[in-house]
Design a protein around this ligand. Structure first.
Ligand SMILES: [Zn+2]
Length: 269
């Protein structure tokens, strides 16, 4: 599933080809995604792209009259074609640009979304989202203040979009390992020092993944290329029974909030 670093990498991959360019028209071959593709997107004609932004895991294409909101769902990906090439089975949406380039959306499982919004402030999918993890608003002080009266469990709390956006299962596992915090602890047991370390660790891990993703940017230009997902360097995620890279103990796995959780009982407290 594309996580925040992949979405940011996608944004950086498509942005130079779209901003300042003009969408001549769209071709929606299958509108039955997670929600039906918005009417306004089907009818696009001669719309300049003013900017390509990201909020949480949504990509936002700014047009003069509104915004195209794209979510990659479970298996969606975007790439830029330099010229027309026959669509394959799962290539559901194209945006045909004035200079002949095509933004092509591929999504085998069709859990993604292409929605229109006249006004992002009133957009229901973006309302109630917490701060961006890489923004200045999200820091140790924020996390600590929010944690004080919470009796829930740390890992699902970190994955709650109202607390912070874009920390999916992989990154929650990895960040708690690096910050030496057991994922099953109650939120209000976090010390101030731990909260600061955890916020910094989340930022570092996401930054590193985005940098790694940068090396795959060329894939956005390969018409036959694989989407821009990238192999992560992981310490504990998916490594049940393997040895902890720090202490050599076996990595354990439990379910928390129905999500696989991996940790080292020796290194995390
Ligand atoms: Zn360990």
């Amino acid at each position: 599933m594309p996580e925040l670093p992949e979405v940011e990498t996608s944004r950086r991959g498509i942005e130079p080809h779209l901003t300042g360019n003009v969408i001549q028209y769209s071709e929606v071959r299958n509108s039955r995604l997670r929600w039906p593709v918005s009417e306004q997107i089907m009818k696009l004609a001669d719309q300049p792209v003013l900017s390509v932004r990201r909020r949480a895991k949504y990509l936002l294409l700014e047009l003069p009259e509104g915004w195209i909101i794209i979510h990659l769902g479970m298996s969606g990906s975007l790439r830029i074609l330099l010229k027309e090439s026959p669509p394959e089975k799962h290539d559901h949406v194209d945006l045909i640009m004035a200079d002949g380039k095509i933004l092509r959306y591929t999504d085998p499982r069709r859990f993604g979304a292409w929605l229109w919004s006249d006004n992002l402030d009133e957009c229901s999918v973006l309302a109630h989202l917490g701060p961006e993890p890489l923004s200045d608003v999200f820091d140790g002080e924020y996390l600590y203040t929010l944690s004080c009266n919470k009796k829930t469990v740390i890992k699902p709390w970190l994955m709650d979009n109202k607390v912070v956006v874009g920390v999916g299962n992989i990154y929650a596992n990895e960040a708690l390992y690096v910050a030496h915090i057991l994922p099953e602890r109650p939120v209000n047991s976090l010390t101030q020092e731990e909260a600061y370390l955890l916020a910094d660790t989340i930022k570092q891990i996401l930054h590193r993944s985005i940098e790694q993703g940068g090396t795959t940017l060329k894939d956005f230009l390969q018409s036959d290329g694989k989407p821009g997902y990238f192999a992560q360097e992981l310490f504990v995620y998916g490594k049940k029974g393997e040895l902890c890279p720090k202490c050599g103990e076996k990595i354990e796995s439990i379910k928390l909030g129905q999500r696989s959780t991996f940790f080292c009982r020796q290194c995390q407290h």
